[in-house]
Design a protein around this ligand. Structure first.
Ligand code: NI
Length: 254
C-alpha cells in the first residue's frame, strides 16, 4: 500500500490494523559515469514498492535528498547539510507519529546518510522523552544491502570489483527496474580507486569519474532482479518483527 496513492480514510483504517510505516530514504547524487543520479533513493524505493505490490505493507513517500556534500563536485547532485536533514527527518517523523504511527522503519540506500539519520532519531526520541510520552514509539534504520542475506548474495554475484560507491549491486537494482535507462561506458581503470571521503573537491580529485572501488560494468538487470527478490523477502520479515515488537513492562512516565 503506497501512502501517496491512498486517501486519509484509508490511512485511518490502516492505522487500526498496524501502526508501522516504511519510509524509503536515500540521496540524489552522482554514481559514476553510468550510474543514475537517483540510484541511492531508487534502490530502497524499488524494493519497498515491489513489496507493496506483493503484500500488506505501508510505504511512505521516498525521502530522496540526503547527506551528499562530498558529491557536489559532480553536476546533478542535490545535497542537504546534516543539520537540515535532521530537521526534515524530525518533521516527517513527527507528522507520522502525530497521526498515530508508532514504528517508523527507514529503508536507506545511502551509507553517507547513516550518521545523520541516527542523529535525527536521537532528536525524535528526545522530544518523546521530554514530553513524558508512553513507551512504544520506535524508529529503525536499515540499509537495504543489510537486509537478511543480501550482502552475501552481492558478494557471490560480484566477488571482485564490488567497491563502495556506484557498486554493481546498486546499479543492477536500478537496471532491473528501469531497463530503458541503462548506460554504458569504458571504465578506466576497470576497478576504481578506494580511499577516504572528505569534501567535494577532494572527492573529485581522488575519484575522477565518481566511482569508489567498483566495476559497475558487472551489473545486469537479471542480477538486479535476484537482489530485489531477496531484499523484498527480508523487508517483509523485518517489518513484521518490528511491527510485533512490544515495549517492555516496567517504568511508566507519570
Ligand atoms: Ni549509492
Amino acid at each position: 500500500m503506497l501512502l501517496a496513492l491512498s486517501t486519509w480514510p484509508e490511512i485511518e483504517a490502516q492505522l487500526a490494523r498496524s501502526k508501522t510505516v516504511v519510509i524509503p530514504i536515500g540521496s540524489n547524487e552522482q554514481h559514476g559515469p553510468t550510474g543514475l543520479l537517483g540510484t541511492d533513493w531508487l534502490c530502497p524505493e524499488i524494493i519497498a514498492h515491489t513489496a507493496s505490490d506483493q503484500g500488506d505493507i505501508l510505504i511512505a513517500p521516498t525521502f530522496n535528498i540526503g547527506m551528499a556534500q562530498h558529491h557536489l563536485g559532480f553536476p546533478g547532485t542535490i545535497a542537504l547539510r546534516p543539520s537540515t536533514m535532521i530537521s526534515a527527518i524530525v518533521d516527517w517523523s513527527r507528522s507520522l507519529s502525530n497521526a498515530g504511527f508508532e514504528k517508523l522503519y527507514f529503508l536507506n540506500g545511502h551509507g553517507g546518510n547513516c550518521a545523520t539519520i541516527e542523529a535525527a532519531f536521537s532528536e525524535v526520541y528526545s522530544e518523546v522523552s521530554y514530553a513524558g510520552l508512553q513507551r512504544g514509539f520506535a524508529c529503525k534504520l536499515r540499509n537495504w544491502w543489510e537486509l537478511p542475506g543480501v550482502t552475501k548474495l552481492c558478494v557471490r554475484l560480484f566477488p571482485e570489483g564490488h567497491g563502495t560507491h556506484a557498486t554493481p549491486s546498486e546499479i543492477a537494482v536500478t537496471q532491473f527496474a528501469y531497463p530503458h535507462a541503462i548506460k554504458n561506458a569504458n571504465y578506466a581503470p576497470r576497478i576504481a580507486p578506494t580511499g577516504p571521503i572528505r569534501e567535494a573537491a577532494d572527492f573529485r580529485a581522488r575519484y575522477p569519474d565518481g566511482r569508489m572501488g567498483s566495476d559497475p560494468g558487472l551489473a545486469t538487470p537479471e542480477k538486479g532482479g535476484e537482489i530485489v527478490g531477496l531484499a523484498v523477502k527480508g523487508l517483509f520479515q523485518e517489518v513484521a518483527e518490528f511491527d510485533r515488537e512490544i515495549a517492555p513492562e516496567g517504568y511508566r512516565p507519570a
